[in-house]
Design a protein around this ligand. Sequence first.
Ligand SMILES: Nc1ncnc2c1ncn2[C@@H]1O[C@H](COP(=O)(O)OP(=O)(O)OP(=O)(O)O)[C@@H](O)[C@H]1O
Length: 246
Amino acid sequence: MPAIELRNISNFICRNINLKIVDGEFMVLLGPTGAGKTTLLNIVSGLIEYEGSILFDGVSIDRIPVNRRHVGYLLQDLALFPHLDVASNITYGLKMQKRCVHEIETKLNEMLYLMNIADLARRYPSNLSGGERQRVALARALAPSPQVLLLDEPMSNLDPMTKEKILGEFKNIQQKRRITTIYVTHDQDEAISLGDRVSVLNEGRIEQTDTPDELFYNPRTEFLARFLGAKNRVRAQHLKIKVKTA
Ligand SMILES: Nc1ncnc2c1ncn2[C@@H]1O[C@H](COP(=O)(O)OP(=O)(O)OP(=O)(O)O)[C@@H](O)[C@H]1O
């Protein structure tokens, strides 16, 4: 799966973004609301225009339209087709790519098995739980074997236990298949547990890109120290109150 390089990417929100993601890496884009995370995913997928250059394995994809970038994009609201059953949702991309019937059938079975949803194949999205919809959406994104997977806060509507389970399974698949992944979240715990590296965005700029440890122990800007340290400050205040009342 390809390495991704973003060179001087700018548009009405993003300002001179430079980022290198290595082959098979799980990169998390972390940042407060409105930082430009979704905008950057839209740029990589080819949905919106930009200045600068995006390279997959050193080759520019700037002139390649959205439907030919081999990018799987999982949106926050999942956007499953309500009029199609689970099997047809999963195979939709394959049919668009005009794959042969045998290949579509094989891929469908592989995805149903991989995401543990074989018993849901003939059900419709409106009759599924949030976690089941999530699995179907992941299966649909993975079915066309994308070179790059973009995920925009895909688990935000799930309870913590289901979220942890699906994310753990997904991370395993991602590592086994070495899918280069960009994962957007504003949740620091998610960023630490998932990311090989984490890139923090603020007001359309990258503040720092590092391993989770390096980022949390050595934040390079005041914004980062405040943004990443917010949890610790709350805990410290809580302890202080406890000591006073003891
Ligand atoms: N099509 C658009 N036209 C104008 N402004 C936009 C458009 N899309 C997004 N914005 C603005 O760009 C800024 C960044 O939005 P974006 O959705 O990229 O942030 P985000 O970091 O993903 O936030 P969140 O975590 O809340 O999803 C916001 O101020 C938003 O209002």
